[in-house]
Design a protein around this ligand. Structure first.
Ligand code: SAM
Length: 261
């Protein structure tokens, strides 16, 4: 009888699944380092600064609604929040209900926005833009955001820059366990293509699932050039949650652009 060497034992199968499916239930725990109350206060402050009286707000890529439940009460906004992931939205809906925050959620790809109303502000925070691999997708996002705004309305969005990927690569890797779901996060950045790949392995009930998140780190000049090709007026580019202008050393940039009146 032949004995199987340890090497010949079948490896545990890892099933590839789309981003934000298996991650959704543990997303808030994985992002526990993010101070969403602070982010909301910053976004609210920038909206108040650049719009005379923002009342209606459309959030894109809202994920689990962590920003929405903090930001809506600050302005008493009539708040609509969208995301492409049904699994993230399921968490978002439950959180908003639990916190009793009035937010209307809808599943929507932000490169193909279809909204039947116009807003004073559109907001997209925390790397949603980085998921867009090619400039035509950026143009689709910008076109949709523009058309969703009332004249004079503002679009506030952020981007993670190549500097962030280079400076903080080691911070992106971690592992942990939440509610019986073990996760491991690894990231790799290729400076030649400025592609940042984050891989999550999530193990639940003995089964392991892998999500591969591919993002692109655009330079500030690339974003500026893409914005010039839109009808938007460029209003401000802020360095990382500050009111100081962004520079080539910025790790995160908050852009504010306006639909002309
Ligand atoms: C890093 S998460 C950020 C979520 C949330 N904004 C936050 O601050 O926690 C990125 C989100 O963008 C969403 N997303 C990525 N590409 C998208 C697209 N084309 N349309 C809509 N949502 C998208 C993902 O589903 C995910 O929820």
């Amino acid at each position: 009888m032949m004995t199987r060497s340890p090497q010949s034992q079948p490896a545990a199968t890892v099933r590839d699944v789309p981003p934000y499916t298996r991650l959704a239930p543990v997303y808030d725990a994985v992002m526990a380092h993010v101070d969403y109350a602070h982010w909301a206060a910053y976004a609210h402050g920038r909206l108040q600064r650049h719009h005379p009286d923002p009342q209606t707000l459309l959030e894109l890529g809202c994920g689990t609604g962590a920003l929405a439940v903090e930001l809506q009460p600050l302005g008493g906004y009539d708040y609509r929040a969208t995301d492409a992931s049904a699994d993230m939205l399921a968490v978002a809906r439950a959180t908003a209900e639990e916190r009793d925050v009035p937010v209307r959620f809808a599943e929507m790809d932000f490169t193909a926005l279809a909204v039947d109303e116009r807003f004073d502000a559109v907001v997209l925070l925390y790397d949603g833009l980085n998921y867009l691999q090619e400039p035509p997708a950026l143009q689709a996002l910008f076109r949709g955001a523009h058309d969703a705004l009332r004249p004079g309305g503002v679009f506030l969005f952020d981007q993670s820059t190549p500097v962030n990927s280079i400076n903080n690569a080691q911070l992106f890797d971690d592992a942990g366990e939440v509610d019986g779901i073990a996760y491991e996060r690894r990231s790799a950045y290729d400076p030649a293509t400025r592609t940042h790949v984050t891989t999550f392995e999530l193990t639940v009930d003995g089964r392991t699932y892998r999500e591969r998140h591919v993002q692109r780190a655009y330079t500030p000049d690339e974003i500026r050039a893409q914005l010039r090709a839109t009808p938007f007026e460029q209003v401000a580019a802020y360095d990382n949650f500050s009111t100081a202008p962004a520079t080539d050393a910025s790790e995160r940039i908050h852009w504010v652009v306006r639909r002309p009146r």
